[in-house]
Design a protein. Structure first.
Lengths: 262, 306
């Protein structure tokens, strides 16, 4: 308990209230715009490229349409993007320019209340995107299993992992140039994590590298859920995000403490 | 029993001691000033009181608690007014107060009434539903102070409350702070404005390089470290240095500033007569009462805002 002294006041709720108030005031457009990006990818790639590609091998070894192949991957990406947007750019702005956290921490709130509240807001965004995207997938007929409903909580788990790590990493950045590094990591991760084509086109060494990245685990897990076909790797994918989330939250709290309790 | 008590308080960043072993006490209901140039350690001291900066050595209690281990409890009784406004620009004025109150865990129904009363106190009732960005500098400052009062704090920490405000806005603000003091709120004010310190503070300490170099009421400090009057003479920037030698001995003490010479004496007019009887004709001359500015020059050897 002494390690927590001064860190946590048990009032995450007030941080959430602020987040929802702000969304209610002005951010609906931004909130919705993030949802469309993966939908556009899905339509352009799925229908456009899908016509050229034809069928690919699904997680259960049977052929599936290209649209069905990329849709779950884009859902995983969407959860990642929603969480990252809130936990990096938004956090950066509030930390460096709006000084929102400085104000919060001159009240009864502790750094852990603030971190938990902000991560939860990022999850809320990830949740909205996931629900919306799942709706689009269902409408397009690429969902073939009730397991697909589990894609929503799994999207939250993916969002949690990315939000916590994203926020902790952001705490080191002080300029916009440094913030660009986030995009330099995220864009290739999206392009090459077996999102748009199967991983076995890569040489073995590259495959290992990609398998060490978080998004690949999210993509594979989502793909399995979309048709309800699981394997031994399912637990590994889940475990990856559990560890990433726990480590990320711990890391984040340490960083906030270092930043605000100087 | 003092509401704030510091003993041997030290804050170091690497080799630099931003606060270098200070002792002070603040009594309940008192208006206490921390005076000093930029970098003297005032803001660092304020942050340690709020528990958002961890001390390197010494002891510190606020309302009997250690702010480091009881941060949330200590801050529940503090109102913090930072040097730079950090209002929430994504919320409207009234919501800024209510949301901030929620951070203290106070119930919304209570906060709605309290917010309206504070908007009135800050003379911002008409601005309740305006965006923060549309407020003037003085209004933002008053809103920040209103926000700092939402939890009915026993101690208000004001870090350079009127920096950047025009004279009218400063006077409105001082008036509001006076009313709080009358209600028994303890004020801790940092400033590098002497007139502000004289207006607001019952007692103050002068800090320089992280240490306390003097302590007392404004009047006591002036009596102790300065003369009753000061004669300011200007001979033009080139000649100032040249005439200093001739002026030696005609006042208790001399202070040569880049643009003028200050002569400290009990009787300023008599000193001016002596200057002119030496055959010196200053371009301008001014006799005034000693102020805290003079105390500060004496103690730190430089003007305040450097």
């Amino acid at each position: 308990m002494s390690a927590m002294a001064g860190l946590y006041a048990g009032n995450v709720r007030a941080v959430l209230e602020r987040g929802f108030k702000v969304i209610g005031n002005q951010n609906w457009v931004i909130l919705v715009s993030g949802f469309f990006e993966p939908v556009f990818y899905l339509l352009a790639m799925g229908f456009g490229l899908g016509g050229l590609v034809g069928e690919v091998t699904g997680p259960d070894g049977r052929p599936m349409s290209y649209l069905s192949f990329i849709a779950p991957a884009l859902l995983a990406t969407s959860a990642m993007n929603g969480a990252i947007y809130d936990s990096t750019w938004n956090v950066f702005f509030k930390m460096k320019f709006a000084r929102i956290y400085e104000a919060m921490l001159s009240t009864s709130l502790g750094p852990l209340d603030v971190a938990a509240g902000e991560i939860a807001m990022a999850l809320f965004r990830g949740f909205l995107y996931a629900c919306g995207f799942l709706g689009v997938m269902t409408a397009l007929g690429v969902v073939t299993s009730w397991w697909a409903l589990a894609m929503v909580p799994v999207a939250l788990l993916i969002a949690l992992g990315f939000a916590a790590v994203g926020m902790a990493v952001t705490s080191w950045f002080s300029t916009f140039q440094q913030m660009e590094l986030i995009n330099i990591v995220l864009l290739p991760m999206f392009m090459f994590s077996a999102t748009l084509f199967p991983i076995d086109i890569y040489p073995q060494a590259v495959q290992w590298f990609i398998q060490a990245m978080p998004l690949w685990h999210g993509v594979e897990l989502m793909r399995q859920l979309s048709i309800g076909a699981f394997g031994a790797m399912t637990a590994v994918h889940l475990g990856y995000f559990l560890v990433m989330s726990v480590a990320g939250v711990a890391f984040c709290t340490i960083r906030l403490r270092a930043l605000f309790l100087r | 029993m003092p509401v704030i008590e510091a003993r041997g308080l030290v804050k170091s960043y690497g080799d630099l001691n931003a606060v270098d072993g200070i002792d002070f006490e603040v009594a309940g209901g008192e208006s206490f000033g921390l005076l000093g140039p930029n970098g003297a350690g005032k803001s660092t001291t304020m942050r340690m009181i709020g528990g958002t900066s961890l001390r390197s050595a010494g002891t510190l209690t606020v309302l009997g608690l250690d702010p480091e281990t009881h941060g949330p409890e200590v801050r529940a009784n503090l109102g913090v007014i930072p040097q730079q406004d950090n209002l929430d620009s994504e919320l409207r004025c009234r919501d800024n107060l209510i949301t901030y109150g929620r951070y203290f865990g106070l119930p919304r129904s209570h906060l709605e009434q309290r917010a309206d009363a504070l908007l009135e106190f800050a003379q911002l009732t008409e601005k309740a539903n305006d965006k923060v960005d549309n407020l003037s500098g003085g209004m933002k400052r008053r809103l920040t102070i209103a926000r700092g009062l939402i939890n009915e704090p026993r101690i208000l920490l004001l870090d350079e409350p009127t920096t950047g405000l025009d004279p009218q806005a400063r006077h409105i603000l001082w008036d509001r702070l006076f009313r709080l003091k009358e209600e028994g709120v303890t004020l801790v004010v940092t400033t590098h404005f002497m007139d502000e310190a004289e207006q607001l503070c019952d007692r103050l300490v002068v800090m320089d390089h992280g240490r306390i170099v003097a302590e007392g009421s404004p009047a006591q400090l002036i009596r102790q470290y300065s003369t009753r009057e000061v004669l300011e003479v200007r001979f033009g920037s080139e000649r100032n240095a040249a005439v200093v030698e001739q002026l030696d001995g005609i006042a208790e003490r001399l202070e040569v500033l880049p643009d003028r010479i200050l002569l400290y004496a009990a009787d300023g007019e008599a000193t001016l007569d002596r200057v002119t009887s030496l055959g010196l004709q200053p371009l301008t001359s001014l006799v005034r009462r000693s102020s805290l500015e003079d105390v500060f020059l004496r103690l730190t050897g430089r003007s305040l805002i450097d």
